[in-house]
Design a protein around this ligand. Structure first.
Ligand code: DQQ
Length: 522
């Protein structure tokens, strides 16, 4: 029995009413079938992501009570391959005692290996404050006990006027002990990551801000505005893959730009971390979907790969998600590497290919303005790869989730400017993605670097989840077609000449088979 499990009245799924919320959620046509989702209820950030004794562990922000962001627990699932998952018992439950540091929620955090002892560092929420907490786990990571001394940091640094203080990145310090970053923001300045040191994960000394953003250095509406607070900071070293003329700084600081309760988008800084400083080189958008790929966390697996998951937020109303009985999708696991220019290159892990079924291949062809080409796998659970070459001044669209009459259609548009050296534009146009006027239909876009107009395109559509990768740059989003026949897939030449060197597609298998439980047992 997990000593942290809440009282029975916290559990709506009594044995005579087995998991009605799961049945409700499973009946929703928008629910993905090859992405990780919670059994039902609410899911947001990935937490405690790790590869422990050869098993991948994904914890996540979870409300098993209903599909709303309140009373957040830590859900838990394990996987041999990052693709197929087994639910594990809920790992953290808000503390029973009214004065528990996490009485109102166990917010985001990480798993570390404390000399063989699995240890979670997370944000305990009580009232409207979050403070750092610790829980210790059994060797199989299924039972967790919150530390009696929680919170392990009793207050944010008194010397600073902060906008918020939560979320953790913790690593062993080469000289012994630990270092920790806590996401925060300095009022009137910008987001920040506050650095702490500890000998034992329990006693922490404040060292200062590692780096402070400037929330006034660009328009607050900009896609790369750094916000007034940084959520879910993630610092890691990732050396560039190939040699380039210039040495590239080795470190990456990922953060999710937040402002006064609004989750804006995820960004990363390249630079160099040493001691108490992060010297930045450049700021980049992590995913062109903006808030649709939020609060990511990464880990290095036993093969030395940097693997990242993010939270694909909903694009329908809170009320619609609650009615559906579930909210939130975990992104596909991404393999993150460095391009020679120092930017991040992201693609789904190759293990995902084991889900591919019924291969369809279209040989090379050229599209000019007005030409269309169907033939790829239709459906709402598909994987498409295409090698494109766009001549200067050309534009092509890949239409997915289209109804027969095109009343619903989701458009992925790729445009190469007439200036041969300019970046290619990737756009996702959702104005006709759904006949439901209440769902978000705002566009998403960003520039794609290329050589000679070449684009390696990957599109994964999984019911309401849509993930697009163009030359390793992702754009994750959500779409909610209302009609059963929203299954069509087609290339459309818009103008100029676009060579489709190769295109292939597959139907993707389900990863979920047997009914799941809101409170999984071992
Ligand atoms: N979600 C968590 C916070 C974090 C935010 C709460 C990001 O810890 O700052 O569920 O989505």
């Amino acid at each position: 029995m997990n000593p942290l499990l809440a009282t029975d009245e916290d559990r709506p799924d009594s044995p005579d009413q087995p998991d009605a919320l799961v049945a409700l959620a499973e009946g929703d046509r928008h629910r993905p079938r090859f992405h990780f989702v919670s059994p039902a209820g609410w899911l947001n950030d990935p937490n405690g992501l790790s590869h422990w004794n050869g098993v991948y562990h994904l914890f996540y922000q979870y409300n098993p009570l209903k599909a709303v962001h309140s009373r957040i627990h830590w859900g838990h699932a394990t996987s041999p391959d990052l693709i197929t998952w087994t639910d594990a018992p809920v790992a953290l439950v808000p503390g029973d005692a009214a004065n528990a540091a996490d009485a109102d929620g166990c917010w985001s955090g990480v798993l570390v290996d404390d000399h063989g002892v699995p240890t979670l560092v997370y944000s305990g929420r009580r009232g409207d404050r979050e403070l750092p907490c610790v829980a210790v786990g059994s060797m199989d990571l299924t039972e967790w006990v919150a530390d009696a001394a929680n919170p392990v940091i009793s207050a944010p640094p008194a010397s600073l006027d902060l906008t918020a203080f939560r979320d953790h990145c913790v690593w062993p310090h080469p000289g012994g002990g630990w270092r920790q970053l806590i996401g925060s923001g300095i009022s009137g300045q910008g987001g920040t990551a506050l650095l702490y040191a500890s000998p034992d994960l329990r006693n922490w000394s404040y060292l200062g801000p590692l780096i402070v953003g400037d929330s006034g250095d660009r328009e607050t509406t900009a896609d790369d505005w750094t916000g007034t607070m940084w959520e879910c900071v993630d610092l890691f070293r990732l050396e560039p893959a190939g040699a380039d003329d210039e040495p590239v700084d080795p470190d990456i600081l990922v953060f999710s730009a937040w402002d006064d309760g609004v989750t804006r988008h995820t960004l990363y800084l390249t630079g160099r971390y040493s001691g108490t400083r992060f010297d930045r080189t450049a700021l980049h958008r992590l995913d062109y979907g903006g808030r649709y790929f939020y609060a990511p966390q990464s880990t290095q697996d036993a093969r030395g790969r940097r693997v990242m998951f993010g939270w694909l937020q909903e694009g329908r109303s809170d009320a619609a998600a609650e009615t559906a009985g579930w909210s939130g999708v975990m992104s596909l696991p991404r393999l993150v590497t460095r391009a020679p220019d120092g930017t991040l290159h992201q693609q789904p892990v190759p293990e995902l290919e084991t889900l591919r079924r019924d291969h369809v291949r279209l040989g090379g062809f050229t599209l000019t303005g007005g030409e269309r080409r169907a033939g790829l796998t239709r459906g709402d659970q598909i994987d498409i790869v295409a090698e494109l070459q766009l001549e200067p001044g050309s534009e092509v669209e890949l239409i997915v989730r289209a109804t027969q009459d095109e009343a619903e259609r989701t458009v992925i548009r790729i445009t190469r400017p007439g200036d041969a050296h300019g970046d290619i534009a990737l756009e996702l146009i959702r104005t006709a993605s759904s006949l439901d006027p209440t769902v978000d239909a705002t566009p998403r876009s960003g520039p794609i670097k290329h050589v000679d107009g070449r684009i390696d395109l990957r599109v994964l559509a999984d019911h309401s989840a849509l993930e697009i990768f163009a030359n390793g740059q992702p754009l994750a989003c959500r779409v909610y077609p209302t009609r059963e026949d929203a299954q069509g897939v087609e290339f459309v030449g818009v103008r100029g000449r676009v060579h489709v060197r190769e295109a292939a597609s597959w139907r993707m298998a389900d990863i979920w088979h047997s009914p799941r439980r809101l409170w999984p047992a071992l």
